[in-house]
Design a binder for this molecule. Structure first.
Ligand SMILES: *Cc1c(COP(=O)(O)O)cnc(C)c1O
Length: 388
């Protein structure tokens, strides 16, 4: 008897899938074959020939010891990451306060595994990064949604009140926020940290929580905007996560990391898989960090394109949300899905993040940004935006 080509005939409906996962569809932006891809917030500048060569050499060297497991602690990489963060933190960060994993999504998952789980909750302020609730779900952590204000900001008192009312184990804040680009003033982070500490003081160990500030886009923030890293000395329950996928042009390598109190890093050791960072990942990330100056050189060029999109979309009669990131939320449209398709017809892919009236576009190279703006001007002649 020949089995059916895709397997033995099992289906998702018959498998003993966890009840809370039944009926879900996997997360992911459409990966379409389009000339101008401005939908996933990557850095549009590929690494230089020199860096490609350095990555090749570092990978070849790593291959000579690939018969052995990698450094389980990734000590050298964590030291390099701590040294890199010192400029934004204002003080040196020892490797014991740094943790790294395969993308910051894995870092966030490990935080949920260690501090969330059945019977516990995570709280976020939406609209925000849609993976936060999905990672909570995958780790059987309950999710509590608090709305942001109409201008997508969060008031410190509102954050503290929500945290006191719900006593979440994990609070997710994103700064700059995805998909809105909004940076959080530090008083919001400090208020959240004070509220989780107060919950612990009043209700005991299980009533307290940790505060995660997801700074995936930190390198793109406007001049003078401080990083939440500066609050680490005064907020022991604070975790600041970063990634090499965006500003650092390393989305394909998968490296995310965090800075926190060393006790938090100790907790994450309990849930990480042994040897989770391959020798290649560690070698490639360290090579990129050794070329920080060159890689972050593209950040200024991207910020110029971001600020250009803001000006030109406004000149076309559209609205934009002020952005500290490498993307912009623009609109508002009576039917944002129609504008999304009309742009796609013109070979430009942006992101419909499911926010009524709005679309998100990544700042690309100068040529990509020009292609987007030309296509948008054309589309808006038949699909005009709502006037402010
Ligand atoms: C892109 C993104 C990440 C993570 O990406 P990794 O590639 O997993 O490091 C994390 N948070 C936010 C808000 C993002 O937009």
């Amino acid at each position: 008897m020949t089995p059916p080509p895709d397997g033995s005939g099992l289906s998702l409906e018959t498998l003993p899938l966890r009840a809370d996962l039944r009926g879900l569809t996997p997360y992911g932006a459409p990966q379409l074959d389009v000339s101008v891809r401005l939908n996933t917030n990557e850095n549009p500048h590929p690494p230089s020939a020199g860096l490609v060569d350095a990555i090749g050499k570092a990978s070849a060297l790593a291959a000579t010891e690939v018969n052995r497991y990698p450094d389980r602690e990734a000590e050298a990489l964590r030291a390099d990451l701590g040294a890199y963060l010192a400029a934004d933190a204002g003080f040196p960060l020892r490797p014991g306060r740094i943790w790294a994993a395969n993308g910051s999504n894995e870092v966030l998952q490990q935080i949920c595994q260690a501090f969330g789980g059945p019977g516990r909750t995570a709280l976020g302020f939406t609209p925000s990064y849609s993976m936060h609730p999905l990672i909570a779900l995958a780790t059987a952590t309950g999710w509590i949604d608090e709305p942001r204000g109409a201008d997508f900001t969060i008031r410190p008192e509102a954050a503290a009140d929500a945290i006191r009312a719900h006593r979440p184990s994990i609070v997710f804040l994103a700064s700059p926020n995805n998909p809105t680009g909004t940076a959080l003033p530090l008083d919001v982070v400090a208020a959240a940290c004070a509220a989780v500490a107060e919950n612990a003081a009043v209700g005991g160990r299980d009533a307290g929580g940790v505060v995660v500030v997801d700074e995936a886009y930190a390198e793109f923030r406007q001049a003078g905007v401080p990083s939440a890293l500066t609050l680490l000395p005064s907020c022991p329950r604070l975790i600041v996560t970063r990634t090499m996928s965006k500003a650092f042009t390393l989305a394909g390598a998968r490296l995310g990391y965090l800075a926190a109190d060393s006790a938090i890093v100790d907790a994450l050791h309990l849930v990480r898989l042994p040897y989770h960072l391959s020798v290649f990942t560690q070698a490639v990330a360290r090579t990129a960090l050794a070329h920080t100056g060159e890689l972050l050189g593209t950040v200024e060029a991207i910020k110029v394109q971001r600020d250009r999109i803001v000006d030109e979309v406004r000149a076309l009669g559209g609205q934009v949300v002020p952005s500290d990131a490498n993307f912009i939320l623009f609109g508002r449209f009576p039917d944002q899905a129609a504008v999304w398709s009309a742009l796609l017809d013109r070979d430009v892919l942006v992101r419909d993040v499911g926010l009524t009236g709005w679309l998100r576009v990544t700042a690309g190279t100068e040529a990509e940004t020009s292609a987007f703006l030309t296509a948008l001007a054309d589309v808006l002649t038949h699909l005009p935006p709502i006037r402010p």
